[in-house]
Design a protein around this ligand. Structure first.
Ligand SMILES: [Zn+2]
Length: 253
C-alpha cells in the first residue's frame, strides 16, 4: 500500500458504479487511479475524489494499475464553484497540467504552483488576469520551457525600454539589435514593466511569486504574451481556454 498526496485533475465514469480519476501527485507525477463503487460510497470519500479535491490517497498498486483503498480530504476547493469564470480557469489549468506533466516524475513544484494558484482563485485575493499568466509562465519554466528573458541576445543589455521577444527562438532583442537579427513574424513587442513581470514570474521564490503589481494595460500584454508563449511551446490549443475566454468576453460586454 502506498500513500500519496495529490489533486484530482479529471474524473471519468466507468461501468455502473466505478470511476477513474487522474491525480497530480507530489512525488509520482500524474497517475490514473481507479475508484471502485465511487458512486455509492459515503459522502466523504466521494467528495475527496471529485474534481479539484486535494486529498491523501491510500493506494493498492497492481503492476501499473492503481486502485484506491481509502482517502482523506486535505482541501476540497469548494469555493471555486461559486464563480463560473474561476472554475473555468481552473479547468484550463488542469487541462494544461494533464497534457504537460504526463512524463514528469519530480512534480512537487508544479503541484505547489497549482495549489497556490487555486487558493488565490478560490479566495479572490488576486485577479484572474494576473493568476493566468503567473500559472502559465511558471508552469512552462518548471517543465523545462523557461523563456530566455535575462539579456538582449544581440548586445547583452539588461533593461531595454522595448524588447522584441521571438516566440520561436525563446529570447529577445532590444530596438538597436532587432534589425540586425531577422525576426520571424512570431515576435512579440513588450515594454520594460512586462519584461520585469515575466522575469519575476519565472525566477521568484514561491513565497514571493504572487506579490507584484502591474498596470491594467501591461497586464493585458503580459496575459497575451504568456498565452501565446504557452500554446506555441505546447503546440496545441485547449477547448477549456476558448470557453474561459468567451466567458470573459461576455462579461465585458
Ligand atoms: Zn541589444
Amino acid at each position: 500500500m502506498i500513500t500519496l498526496e495529490g489533486i484530482v485533475l479529471k474524473e471519468r465514469a466507468f461501468g455502473e458504479q466505478d470511476k477513474f480519476i487522474d491525480i497530480l501527485t507530489k512525488d509520482r507525477g500524474l497517475i490514473e487511479l481507479s475508484v471502485r463503487g465511487a458512486r455509492k460510497i459515503n459522502g466523504k470519500s466521494s467528495a475527496s475524489t471529485q474534481l479539484f479535491a486535494y486529498s491523501r490517497f491510500c493506494i493498492d498498486q497492481k503492476k501499473n494499475r492503481f486502485l484506491l483503498n481509502s482517502v482523506e480530504p486535505i482541501h476540497i476547493f469548494y469555493g471555486l464553484r461559486n464563480s463560473l469564470s474561476a472554475i473555468s480557469l481552473a479547468s484550463y489549468f488542469a487541462d494544461i497540467l494533464k497534457y504537460s506533466t504526463a512524463e514528469l516524475t519530480d512534480s512537487g513544484n508544479v503541484l505547489r504552483l497549482f495549489l497556490n494558484t487555486l487558493f488565490y482563485l478560490e479566495n479572490g485575493n488576486r485577479s484572474e488576469q494576473l493568476l493566468k499568466p503567473i500559472f502559465e509562465l511558471r508552469l512552462m519554466s518548471e517543465i523545462g520551457f523557461m523563456p530566455d528573458i535575462l539579456i538582449c541576445r544581440g548586445c547583452g543589455c539588461y533593461e531595454p525600454k522595448i524588447s522584441y521577444f521571438s516566440l520561436k527562438n525563446g529570447g529577445f532583442y532590444c530596438s538597436e539589435c532587432k534589425d540586425a537579427n531577422e525576426l520571424d513574424s512570431s515576435y512579440f513587442t513588450i515594454g520594460l514593466p512586462v519584461l520585469t513581470a515575466v522575469r519575476h514570474i519565472v525566477l521568484a521564490d514561491f513565497d514571493r511569486l504572487y506579490n507584484f503589481r502591474l498596470s491594467e494595460k501591461s497586464t493585458k500584454v503580459l496575459s497575451e504574451f504568456s498565452e501565446q508563449y504557452t500554446l506555441s511551446h505546447l503546440g496545441r490549443n485547449f477547448n477549456t481556454l476558448d470557453f474561459y475566454k468567451n466567458l470573459s468576453l461576455k462579461t465585458v460586454e
